[in-house]
Write a protein that binds this ligand. Structure first.
Ligand code: IPE
Length: 263
């Protein structure tokens, strides 16, 4: 089955309630699944990555999992297992939403095929390369790490960056929640920000990061990963996933409302 490859990240804040433990936004998830089915009908072969939102960040934050093992914090090993279980639960709900719209999917939990975090992620991408009409799905996870830290948080944004090296991938879409793309100022700023329709390696923007909840890098990490992907020749879009049509429209020549990250 020939076709063009596109990476789609469904942000954790989009498909879950970020501030509440383990609750999926079913209406948005279903709408995204329907648009992904449209994208397949258009001849694209997606690889799906999803974030954690209220399934991973809250507990990871509580037990400081992103900085690795800390003997002073009791219960970290149990928390690692719990976050992995919660992520498997969220992943099965994402898989089900895609199956329900008639798609075939395969699930690839990072802790089973890779080690390390960030740009130090190690693991063969062969499982994502098959050309059999099955949509591979992976996600941000707690990964084992070499060295004294023992484990750490792998963001779906870093997975996007790594998957962009797969042959045939030409587009990547980050579907966000509550924002139309990258804004000139953070949402909580006193100044009214504007949507940056295009950003390149030179563009300035001021990021905000909800570090009370988010254990990965928020919009700053997304833009850093997106810029490196764009520099590698990928056409990257950041769109508001609450309007799932924009996920489809970003693949059209005409583009959509969102931020196009260019190399
Ligand atoms: C975070 O992944 C993974 C865990 C906290 C277990 P992401 O960084 O991709 O998640 P979101 O999209 O910000 O929720």
């Amino acid at each position: 089955m020939e076709g063009r490859r596109v990476l789609i990240k469904l942000g954790g804040g989009l498909i879950t309630f970020k501030d509440e433990p383990c609750k999926v936004r079913s209406d948005i998830l279903t709408a995204c699944a329907e648009r992904i089915s449209n994208i397949v009908e258009m001849g694209w072969r997606p690889i799906i990555v999803h974030g954690a939102g209220g399934f991973g960040h809250l507990r990871a934050k509580q037990y400081s999992l992103s900085s690795g093992r800390d003997e002073m914090i009791a219960g970290q090993d149990e928390a690692v297992e719990l976050v992995r279980k919660e992520m498997l639960d969220l992943n099965s709900q994402v898989c089900k939403a895609l199956i329900d719209v008639g798609l075939k999917v395969s699930s690839h939990p990072p802790h089973t095929w890779s080690r390390g975090t960030g740009q130090g992620l190690v693991g063969s991408l062969q499982r994502f390369e098959a050309d059999d009409g099955v949509i591979p799905i992976t996600y941000g996870d707690v990964n084992d790490c070499d060295g004294p830290e023992g484990f750490g948080i792998l963001s779906g944004d870093h997975l996007m960056e790594r998957l962009a090296t797969i042959e045939g991938v030409s587009k990547a879409i980050f579907a966000l929640f509550g924002v139309d793309g990258v804004m000139s100022t953070p949402p909580d700023s006193e100044q009214q920000g504007i949507l940056l329709e295009k950003i390149d390696s030179e563009s300035d923007f001021i990021a905000s990061h909800d570090s009370k909840i988010d254990v990965t890098g928020g919009i700053t990490l997304k833009v850093a990963c997106a810029r490196r992907m764009a520099a590698g020749g990928i056409d990257v879009w950041m769109v508001n996933g609450e309007y799932p049509d924009r996920i489809v429209d970003s693949l059209l020549q005409t583009g959509t409302i969102g931020t196009n990250v260019i190399g």
